[in-house]
Design a protein around this ligand. Sequence first.
Ligand code: FVH
Length: 279
Amino acid sequence: MRISILGLGLMGQALARTLVQAGHSVTVWNRTEGKADGLGATSVATAAEAVEASPLVIVCVLDYAAVREVLGSVQLADRVLLNLTNGRPAEARELAEWVAARGGDYLDGGIMAVPQMIGTPGALVLYSGSQPAFERYEEALGALARPRYLGADAGLAPLYDLAMLTGMYGQIAGFLEAAALIASEKRPVVEFTTELLVPWLTAMAAQQPQWAVDIEAGDYATDVSNLEVNRVGMDNLLRAFEDQGVKPDLLLPMKDVLDRRVAGGHGAEGLSSLIEELH
Ligand code: FVH
């Protein structure tokens, strides 16, 4: 299959290399020269030439502003533009309209992997936009990562991508605060992380599918621990941070939300009810 790639940053190179290895005929373009060396792809001088070369055109650059710059005024008739650049749902919807106005089909993709994972079983790409386009290229795209199609609304892939990253950043914030607390007593962070924290977080994460059920039902009753108990626990925890000389900056926003919910008369509800304070 003929596939073009616009953008040869770390991710674009990984995509190109993997598609070449899967036997596809890959044409590449990058703003700065020299990044196609060793990829086994055909390098062309302009983005327009790359678009001309293949019915499937993948763009993976810094942001959507760069995508617009790269595409410039190229025509996209009979082309599927797959945009794997990180962005917002609104940007994806605007770009889908822009591509349609130039005669193309639009697919958006959210890459849930680092470049080294592309082509390995752990990699996932979330897709949204034109379903016929997704079905036409699903098998070829499967060489990059496990594909998951979310729906015709182009904004869905970035929405889910950002939601996945949000979960990741929250988890990283908790890890860093916990590690800082352990380090404040010069205790071994590696041992704490591998033997205690990761199994604990894994057990806690296993409860979240039930929280999701509760959130969809708007049912926040709990027989585990209510918000008032957690409010007192959080106060205690923050005082311990002060005692240990550790800044709780990554935790403080959660305390504010917890306090607000309890002050609103919801102290008997479970932690999942904090979502009501977020919209
Ligand atoms: N790397 C990762 O782990 C993440 C995984 C999840 C998805 N992201 C997103 O992928 C997009 C590209 O990321 P990247 O890692 O390839 O980024 P860089 O290595 O920094 O390469 C950036 C490429 O973008 C080109 N570029 C930037 N601005 C422009 C522009 N105005 N016009 C044309 N091209 C532009 C840049 O070109 P050059 O500097 O080499 O000339 C690179 O090709 C990104 O959305 C991540 O969030 C990766």
